[in-house]
Each structure stands twice: as structure tokens, then as C-alpha cells.
Write a protein that binds this ligand. Structure first.
Ligand SMILES: [Zn+2]
Length: 355
């Protein structure tokens, strides 16, 4: 089978389309014929060598969907021919977090010696080959079935981006009538966060790169839009929320937006961080936190329950994937380049085994 693989850490020029032998699935594993894969930040981290212990060569691809073509020993919950999404994190299924439906913080998958802070290192392509290939091996416990009413192309946007957005919204438990600000609303996670916050009954203010993205994000349900290159985000957010600030801020950008995010919050407001795309370190006045009774909340990826929920919501048409572009498999490096462009709206996908 063909796979995009790298043997040295570095830029995307390290990726090569190779003919790779794929082993049979071991006990508890399945082999999947990959239909579509998506490009995500975590893949770039893996290729770039942020996780130095990843054995090489490696096939990236944290987010993918496809069809089960072979089952390993002891696999009974799925059949050959099943259409599936792959939960993108390794988890043990036994620890106190896994058994309470919080697989994203599985204690056994976290290696504090390698990554004392970063729990997210148990993402699929840091532990085993991912889905930038015609076929992939995955633990059977990671599979979530896809209903026939959802196509592979749309489904490929769900295992990481939509699931992450669903988990974020769960972490802030919004009350209907709240006002929520979404930074980076045009990204993969952001566009789903806008839709899910609307479904929860929030008034949503979406922060986009520029005015040309305004209509698209309004079509996703945003009530107000702030183009960040031409408008002061904090001042506009406070004005749009009636002068006192917003109840919820969703911010996956991190360092560069932190001050305006926290500054936009109303008393008892909740700031949720789900990524640090622009850097991880920021200053915070604890006086602001206690005197306004703010909550600072972390959220990373999600649980299998979150993934099942977004598959159901997408299958019933309550949320929809925003796809920026789709590339053929042999042009995968172009897809990664495209992913890195500013002003992109939604997901970048790669068509692999699906016509
Ligand atoms: Zn566990």
C-alpha cells in the first residue's frame, strides 16, 4: 500500500509517498481502508519533531475515517465492511478516567517523564502510524461506527475538530441566553464551536481574520462578527454584549489573544483554552480572576461520547462540516501547505480511498 511517511523530523519536505508494507492487525486491533483524512496541527508537531521520542519512520494523520477490512484476534464489536471514524487518542479503557468516559486524559497513555505537562502527546500518530495512508491499523476500541446517512468526506472533519469543539462546549456548560465569543472562528474547531454554542442557546460573537469571512461564519449561525485585523476585539466584544462583557470565551489561539479574551469576560465569565497555536505563555492578573470571579478552564480533544454525539448531530443535519479544500492523495503536501494559509475557512481534507 501507499503511504506518506517521514524518516527524519523537519518540514513537510521530509514527507515522501512510499510503498509501505502493512502488518496484519494484532489482538484487539483492526485494519482500515482509509477513505478520507484531514490535516491538523498535531500532525505538523509530529513531523516537526516536537515529540522527539516518536520512532521513525512514521506515517502521520490523526484524523481519518474508512472501512474495516480485517480484524485481529478477539475483535468482536465490529465487522469487516463497517464504516468507521477513528477516535484519535490512545487510551487504556481501564483507568479511572477511561472508565468514566474521559479517555482524553487516560492515565496510562500519559507519560509524565517524556511530557510532564503535555497530556495531548497520546495522540494517535505519536503512538502508532496514522491515516495518511491507503490502509492503517487502529485499536478496535477506538472505532466509532458511522451511520449511512453521513458521507466519508464530511465524517473526516469530526473525529478531531468537531469532537474537540463538543468537549469545549461541555466543559463550559453554557446556560441558554449566555453570550459566547469564539476566537479563531473560521478554523476547524472554531466553526464547529460556533454551531454547537448556537445549539446550546448562546448568542455567538465570532472573531474572524478579515471581513471576507463574515458571511460564511454568519451562515454557521454567528450572531455578530468581529474581523480582528480591522477591529479591536475586546472593545467590540464588550459593546456587542451590552457593555458588560461576554459570559464565555473559547480561545484555541493562546498567547496573542489571551489578554483580549480574558479582558472581554463579564463577571463570573468562563475562559476556555483548547490550544496554544500562537504560543503557550501569557500573563494573568489574579486580582482580575478573583475580583470578577472568573473561571479559567482547560479542554483538550474529547471523549468517545463526544465523538458519538457529533456524528449523530452531523448525521441528522444539526451541525455541518465546513470544508475549505479537498486534495487528492498524491498531493498531500499541498494540502499541508494549504492548511498553513491564513484566512482559510474550515477543514483541509485529503481524499484517499474514496472516488
Ligand atoms: Zn485509561
Amino acid at each position: 500500500m501507499k503511504a506518506w511517511r517521514f524518516s527524519e523530523f523537519g518540514g513537510i519536505d521530509r514527507l515522501h509517498l512510499e510503498t509501505a508494507n502493512i502488518r496484519d492487525p494484532g489482538p484487539g486491533e483492526v485494519k482500515i481502508s482509509v477513505a478520507y483524512a484531514a490535516i491538523n496541527h498535531v500532525d505538523r508537531l509530529v513531523i516537526g519533531g516536537r515529540l522527539k521520542w516518536v520512532p521513525l519512520p512514521r506515517i502521520p494523520g490523526a484524523e481519518y475515517v474508512g472501512t474495516v477490512v480485517q480484524r485481529g484476534e478477539g475483535v468482536e464489536d465490529c465487522s469487516v465492511g463497517d464504516r468507521v471514524a477513528v477516535f484519535p487518542k490512545m487510551f487504556c479503557g481501564r483507568c479511572r478516567f477511561c472508565t468514566t468516559g474521559q479517555e482524553s486524559v487516560c492515565l496510562e497513555a500519559w507519560n509524565p517523564e517524556r511530557a510532564p505537562v503535555d497530556l495531548s502527546t497520546n495522540m494517535l500518530p505519536s503512538s502508532m502510524d496514522g491515516g495518511w495512508a491507503e490502509e492503517a491499523i487502529a485499536p478496535a476500541r477506538n472505532l466509532v461506527p458511522l451511520p449511512d446517512s453521513i458521507g466519508f468526506r464530511e465524517a473526516a472533519c469530526l473525529p478531531l475538530s468537531a469532537m474537540t469543539a463538543h468537549h469545549i462546549v461541555k466543559r463550559v456548560s453554557p446556560v441558554a441566553g449566555s453570550t459566547a465569543l469564539v476566537m479563531g472562528a473560521t478554523g476547524g474547531v472554531g466553526a464547529f464551536a460556533v454551531q454547537l454554542l448556537k445549539l446550546a442557546g448562546c448568542t455567538v460573537i465570532a472573531v474572524v481574520n478579515n471581513k471576507s469571512q463574515e458571511q460564511a461564519i454568519r451562515d454557521m449561525g454567528a450572531d455578530h462578527v468581529i474581523p480582528r485585523t480591522t477591529s479591536p476585539v475586546k472593545e467590540e466584544a464588550i459593546r456587542m454584549s451590552g457593555g458588560y462583557g461576554v459570559d464565555i470565551v473559547v480561545d484555541s489561539l493562546g498567547q496573542t489573544t489571551f489578554a483580549s479574551s480574558v479582558g472581554s469576560l463579564a463577571p463570573c465569565g468562563k475562559y476556555v483554552t483548547a490550544g496554544t497555536l500562537t504560543g503557550p505563555v501569557s500573563e494573568l492578573s489574579l486580582m482580575l480572576v478573583y475580583s470578577r470571579q472568573l473561571q479559567i478552564i482547560g479542554s483538550t480533544t474529547g471523549s468517545k461520547k463526544d465523538l458519538r454525539a457529533v456524528i449523530e448531530l452531523a448525521a441528522s443535519g444539526k451541525i455541518r462540516a465546513v470544508i475549505s479544500s479537498t486534495f487528492d492523495f498524491d498531493r498531500l503536501p499541498d494540502a499541508v501547505e494549504n492548511y498553513m494559509l491564513q484566512g482559510r475557512m474550515g477543514k483541509v481534507l485529503v481524499r484517499i480511498g474514496e472516488p
